[in-house]
Design a protein around this ligand. Structure first.
Ligand SMILES: [Zn+2]
Length: 309
């Protein structure tokens, strides 16, 4: 059985003036429902306001919750922060935290949204309002966990790196297209910038030659995975050249490393852009199903350290 965290309010109508394709989360849900009985569904609570205020500026949190985000910040985000969008952001952050809790117990869980890695302290950016990865990671660290955020979206996890930099219980790893958004990169615990057009073999080699040393050095209790599918060659906002097979090999490589170390893994959706929403949703669902299946086969329970906080 694969644990999936989803809330009906993840699927919301597109606000006006939105450049983001809002149909994706509904399509992900529908494709997972069609995948059959092997899924166990969990519904999250909204992340409490005090969790948001630990990583975001309380003034920005107040703007989001009141659906009163200034227009210039909404332009950076890419859509207006309506009351529905604000509530969704809190639910998705609670969902990433819940997926981590389930993973700590059973090895793996997926959030059907999240991976909002561009949201910064005082503003959202790049289709991200609140940074669910940073919010969940910092809360888990406060509970005594050591959290490694593995961000394989084609864009750098700049917000997550910046927001978690002061927390010794959180480490960040980002593999991204060097010339892609954001123009100003943050400093992750480990960054792996790649040239435009990087294809499957070089991409996988880059992970193989960097991630094991970070896992060995940081000794995490849990991986939060941002499994964006925008490194795909045909992605509208990507600059890399992975095939579908390359994306699958990427996920399996991360799953193998996690399983080898007895590390639970919670996945978030991340980026994936283009006109064919169903094809993109299918790629996101493939990430969830292959990680879930890898953990069904390979999870032997956590190590003594990862079991106790
Ligand atoms: Zn992205």
């Amino acid at each position: 059985m694969i644990a999936v965290v989803h809330h009906s309010d993840y699927v919301t109508e597109a606000p006006v003036r939105s450049t983001y394709r809002w149909g994706k989360n509904g399509a992900i849900r529908d494709l997972l429902l069609a995948a059959g009985k092997s899924i166990v569904w969990h519904s999250p609570n909204a992340a409490p306001r005090r969790w948001l205020e630990v990583v975001h500026d309380p003034a920005y949190v107040a703007e989001v919750i009141a659906a009163a985000v200034p227009r210039e910040k909404e332009r950076r985000i890419g859509f207006p922060v309506t009351a529905n969008v604000a509530r969704r952001s809190q639910l998705v952050s609670g969902g990433t935290y819940l997926a981590a809790q389930i993973a700590l117990e059973h090895g793996f869980a997926a959030n059907t949204a999240g991976g909002s890695h561009h949201a910064l302290a005082e503003t959202g950016a790049g289709f991200c309002v609140l940074n669910d990865l940073a919010i969940a990671a910092v809360q888990l660290a406060a509970e005594g966990r050591r959290v490694l955020v593995v961000d394989l979206d084609v864009h750098q996890g700049d917000g997550t790196a910046a927001l978690t930099a002061g927390f010794p219980g959180v480490a960040t790893y980002s593999v991204h297209a060097e010339k892609n958004f954001p123009a100003r990169k943050a400093c992750s615990t480990m960054d792996v910038p790649l040239p435009d057009g990087t294809s499957d073999d070089s991409y996988l080699d880059a992970i193989r030659s960097t991630l094991p040393s970070l896992i060995a050095r940081f000794e995490p209790d849990l991986i939060l995975y941002q499994g964006g599918v925008d490194p795909y060659a045909g992605d509208r906002l990507g600059r890399l050249a992975l095939t579908d097979g390359g994306l699958a090999a990427r996920d399996m490589l991360v799953a193998e490393m996690a399983l080898e170390h007895g590390l639970p893994l919670a996945s978030t959706v991340g980026g994936g852009y283009g006109d064919d929403v169903m094809a993109i949703a299918r790629r996101h669902v493939d990430v969830i199903l292959r990680l879930g299946q890898a953990f069904e086969r390979g999870w032997r329970g956590g190590t003594a350290r990862t079991r106790s906080a």
